[in-house]
Design a binder for this molecule. Sequence first.
Ligand SMILES: Nc1ncnc2c1ncn2[C@@H]1O[C@H](COP(=O)(O)OP(=O)(O)OP(=O)(O)O)[C@@H](O)[C@H]1O
Length: 329
Amino acid sequence: MGVEICVEGLTKSFGHQVIWQDVSLTLPAGEVSVMLGPSGTGKSVFLKTLVGLLKPERGSITIAGQDITKLRERDLYEVRKLFGVLFQDGALFGSMSLYDNIAFPLREHTRHPENEVRRIVLEKMDMVGLIGAEDKLPGEISGGMRKRAGLARALVLDPEIILFDEPDSGLDPVRVAYLNQLIVDLNAQIDATFLIVTHDIASARLVPDNIGLLFRRELVMFGPRQELLTSDEPVVRQFLHGRMQGPIGMAEEKDAAQVEQELAELGTGASTGDGEASAAPMTPRLLPGPGVTRPPRWQAIAEREAELHQPQKKPEPEREPEQKEVTDA
Ligand SMILES: Nc1ncnc2c1ncn2[C@@H]1O[C@H](COP(=O)(O)OP(=O)(O)OP(=O)(O)O)[C@@H](O)[C@H]1O
């Protein structure tokens, strides 16, 4: 079972530049959460802060009962073993085969004999569909395969928490669909706590239990997916619909009057032609694929989804009461 991460009042700056402030959220143990936000709002900085690579100025990050912002480097090293991190480009060593790349954390952090290393590496390569590619160099394979190799490497120490930094960047839509299924299947299999940073709204609608959004140096919202997906908050709506009208500008924030006018036009459909009065219907949740055993948590999700997305039965038309034949006496 993964562990909960509890973030309270977290603030991170570089010099005078505040990246985000007073961020509080709880990543529930074993659940999948997604963090969204326009470019430069500090999503990668957030991941690096969670894993203790960057120090916040204020606030706490409690993992397995310890506030990691207060730990010395030596103790932090132990806590980091709870984490697997999938970096944007897979962060593989270019001169090493995939096998050696994936074996690297085991050789660095454990005393496993080589036959045990081999067993674990092949098990993880199998999980991400890379059996047969052991001898390939990262430069010889596609971007999607590099992501999967990075994921296998993130898995070898059996992490309780996995952080994914834009796992879908640079992948075609079909590979993104496969990767999303792999993430959901993995979550069902290993039950770790997942946090995914992504710009892919379709993935954000399908995959997580919880969604958060960073904007204007703050966490605008964080909560169960249905709360975000049906939210009326203009920033959330703009981001989820990927449209220009709203508070998020090209480079910086827009002024309030312009935002108001854009949203008013949008409400009447003046600028898009169709208006956007009602929220989009809830996207069905992506479930573990066939052959993946569903632990109770996923079984409960599957049952809820089946109920939510069952086609509504049309009520039987009421029948007119039969007219009694009236006969003249
Ligand atoms: N080590 C650092 N020193 C100084 N500034 C930094 C450092 N790391 C990140 N930043 C700044 O923090 C801000 C947030 O960067 P970050 O990469 O976290 O954004 P992001 O939301 O992940 O963006 P994107 O979606 O484009 O990947 C940027 O302005 C960046 O220049």
